[in-house]
Write a protein that binds this ligand. Sequence first.
Ligand code: PMP
Ligand code: GLN
Length: 387
Amino acid sequence: MTEPLVERMREFGETVFAEMSALAVRTGAINLGQGFPDSDGPTRMLETAVDTIRAGECQYPPGPGIPELRAAVAAQRLGRYGLEYDPATEVFVTVGATEGVAASVLALAGPGDEVIVFEPYYDSYAATIALAGAERRAVTLRPVEGRFTFDPDELRAAVTSRTRLILVNSPHNPAGTVFTRSELEEIAAVCREHDLTAVTDEVYEYLTFDGTEHIPLATLDRMRERTVTVSSAGKTFSVTGWKTGWVTAPAPYIRAVQTVKQFLTFATSAPYQRAVAYALGNEIPWVEELRASLQAKRDRLITGLESAGFTTYRPQGTYFVQADIRPLGFTGGMELARALPGKAGVVAIPTQVFYDHPEAGAHFLRFAFCKKDEVIDEAVARLSRLR
Ligand code: PMP
Ligand code: GLN
């Protein structure tokens, strides 16, 4: 049979997360690959979703999202960052951040346009840019003094007359970098000089460590007017399966995103919206505890990976650690990831799949630490067999 898949999607097979989670299930290995927590979100939030279904709220909600969630998102942006958005026209609910990013890219870039991404990039960005018929230009994040960052000259060199968008993910998956104000200033300056729109993915906005501050790009000088911000409930409230996200931006951008989203999914699941609205208003103390517990888990995993022989990079945010495999005598992350269940009974993500220049990331594995302490300890004990 001839390949039925359209040409522009052929470079995208099964996602690495699906492949590696299936490998974990098949082999019984501990899954530190796909990033999902193994504990529940706040109880009242879970009950709110159940109560909402029992109360019969089961038909289509409004396409832009229920008013309560849009109001809660607007209150969160204002209270936490001082950013004002009109809940009626500047806040829009999506099926997770994935759809928020996809609808934004599909609405704002098309054939002939270029989109700048920072590699290693979250995998959906590349596929979404391809769906839009646009082209991606990757700027590489490289370790400098223990932290992944970019060279501002490389960012400037990536801009062409065809550049339309820059996709910014901070806290950054999979590098763990939380962009500093001065890094964000470099990005903002490029956006202003070249009249680019920024789409920011802030799904890990609460999950930062050691007092590191998450700074939304939209808070920088003259950036609110050209920034489309995406976030979601999955990571903040440990409900990655709920797929409830949102976009905040000036009204013309929201109208553009809405035009696309209404034909992708039309609306977003109603009961979860009500539960997330409740959580944004009431469960931030719970999130603060989650953050503190993740910081301890980060340190626990790093200590273990280092004693197993990896060199690690301590993330300032997210729940992922980058580990350099070369001190253990390995060079190919993809090969090692596929062999790891057999060698050590653990699954990790080969970071190289997130690069256009895979040589820059061939020697890294990404390990997730959003897991119970005993799971991390057992994984580390198994990995120490690699020596
Ligand atoms: N962006 C990044 C950087 C992610 O790590 C993830 C995974 N949670 C997503 C987007 C997808 O978020 P959601 O599940 O809300 O679609
Ligand atoms: N965001 C999660 C990760 O990076 C996975 C999401 C997915 O499976 N698409 O591991």
